[in-house]
Write a protein that binds this ligand. Sequence first.
Ligand code: ZN
Length: 490
Amino acid sequence: MQKLSIYNTLSRRKEVFEPLNPPFAGMYVCGPTVYGDAHLGHARPAITFDVVFRYLKEMGYKVRYVRNITDVGHLENDADQGEDKIAKKARLEELEPMEIVQYFTDAYHREMDKLNILKPSIEPRASGHIPEQIEMVENILDKGMAYISNGSVYFDVEKYNASNNYGKLSGRVIEDLMSTTRELDGQNEKRNPVDFALWKKADASHIMRWKSKWSDGFPGWHLECSVMSTKYLGEQFDIHGGGMDLLFPHHECEIAQSKVANGKDSVKYWMHNNMITINGQKMGKSLGNFIRLEEMFAGSHPLLEKAYSPVTVRFFILQAHYRSPLDFSNEALQASEKGLTRLFAAMQTLEKIQASETSTFDVQKLKTDCYEALNDDFNTPILIAHLFDGVRAINQAATGDLKLNATDLQALKDLYKTLVLAILGLEIPQSETTGTGELLNEVVNLLLNLRVDAKVNKDFATSDKIRNELTKLGFEIKDKKDGFEWSLKS
Ligand code: ZN
């Protein structure tokens, strides 16, 4: 089997994955900032790196997957100014900040569970690593790459850039940054507008604060990822992931901090997932197209024609390559839903097929095609297309138009279980595996047939009772000349 290649954002090309310390593989992914509900934007990075995690494990690596929780110091637009969002919410709602953090962390976990996202190996919180962050600030100060200004500590980007390349990940040029960065009000404690905060002095209204020799304050947002990746994965590790929106400044700053603190480049492969748009528009609260995952699964957002199950959303996201943009629309989601139903139906059909003496289908070739797609930078849309080639074959085998011998039949079953369930993480809904869908049909038909009998016997009390009770449960019943018709209102 050929090797896994990963597109490295840093080198801008695909590279063969060779972990630093096999069979161990270390992966760090920037996790959620927990000051609001889990929304559609959270789903894509979570699913992207969940598949990476699952596939590396399937390949036999011992993977340590670290995904952090940002619960302090995430300032809007990296302005290094203004109030921490969590602190602000706590002040407005008179809650302990950690109450808010806990509430939204729990909610995030709940939605991730629904999407069948495996839990990371370690989920560290920024607030739980303040001493380590203070240590790294001291380290960077000792190396002369930071300066203290009015109780805050800033990273000296220009000085760093003299011997390093600040901007090598995002492709930004520091001279352009300096000339285009607006001199924001109150930013004059920085020597240069491109400098970023390592430690920020808290003003009087700031609730989340810790003691340090520079001031009572809090760490800059970028610092936590340098600190926690080093702590749990070492000074050098294999994969660092996150959304494309984090490329600059967040990951660029992380590279600079870690390089100065540890004296070497920490990350071997940088991976970035593309963003989600909704009906062609960027998602945003002000645009009215900000969809929470809870609303997605309940169909309760005005832009949604119906509810979409978590497995449908997961499948839809995996039908696009993680580096391609992805647009959510009702049409596209409904097409995914139909496709997924066909895939699951074929997997159930597969269990019922009887082996033939001979085979007229090349299962090994299908397997090779599928893994080639996965190994080509996790190309899940191509993988899914191959799985549908297999669906056609399965359906032909069920009607006897195609033959599978016992070995091939078993290989095909194993292939679908590994790829669909274990690697893509698509869970067949319980109702389909237990056959409760079919059972429900039979039970409702039984009741409605009893109702027909009751009417024939002029027992209208019973016939009305059956109709009324079923209606109450959400069934729609229509009487026909030759019997009845019913449906379940969704
Ligand atoms: Zn990060």
